[in-house]
Write a protein that binds this ligand. Sequence first.
Ligand code: OGA
Ligand code: MN
Length: 334
Amino acid sequence: MKVSTAGTPSRHLQAGPFGGPITVKHRIGRIQEDSVAITVQPITPDFAAEVGDVVLGQPLAADDLAAVRAAFTKYAVLVFPDQEFTDESQLDFARNFGPLETTVFKARKDHKLRLHENMADVGNLDAENRILETNDRQRLYNLGNRLWHTDSSFKRLPAYCSMLHARSIPPIGGQTEFADMRAAYDALPEATKRRIAGLVAEHSIMTSRAKLGFADFDETEREEFKPVPQVLVRRLQDSGRMSLYIASHAGAIRGMADAEARQLLDELTAHATQRQFVYSHRWRVRDLVIWDDRCTMHRGMEFDDQRWARDMRRATVSDVAPTCEQMGLAVAAE
Ligand code: OGA
Ligand code: MN
């Protein structure tokens, strides 16, 4: 709860982004206080929304955090325009949602990190902030982000959510698209729902990279990136909604021939990424976009990455348990 005393101008009383006043909502029963709740503006009925009247780069009031989390239970993608962050304050905001992941580049000893090890560097800059050359390993590795995926489904404990901040963006291209795996699940024929219930897929980041012909993994990486089991269908503990859980990282399905598994995964991906399930985000500098990795897929869109710097930094929060465990499935070790 933010309180502004008489005579102290509140940040909430500044002009809105287009010069007009912003809405000030007084909380009932708090007449003495000039407090403001966050504003949630739907982009789609229940998939994506914009959120305003909140500053994320500083410690959040408990009720603001609760309101953001409530919005994030309904909408799987939240866009927070015009947020200033340092790397530390972005990571601090993410820590409100759970423990942070460590970047996959840390597994590669010869990789020089540009950012904090808890930050995924999905832009096109090297440790000296120069544009990555066409054949740079990091660039080729990150091309995998152009395939529909969800973050870290290749980790035994996968991601709960990702928080991507735009520090610099290309003037054209470089959008990020998001697909709603809950809506996609709901729209499946009943026979397909029955067919995929209880199935377990094997996810590895080497599988998604292999689709692009990228196979530059050393021994440490091969060990770390061994396939992990994930359910194909999950129930979200907070909203209770069912969701598909698929990604470019998925290859085999346990108990199914490889050809049939690949065909099924391709068909589910084609179904789930139809336009009616997709929100395409055109970035503005200082946008923070957070998405629920449990029930979305996303992909980066093309831009002229030899001409424009795109500095995008992602904090990622781990889920509470492996998906098979969450669904009460005992899965045999490989
Ligand atoms: C990511 C990702 C795509 C993009 O940050 O996880 O896949 O558009 N990003 O940068
Ligand atoms: Mn991603």
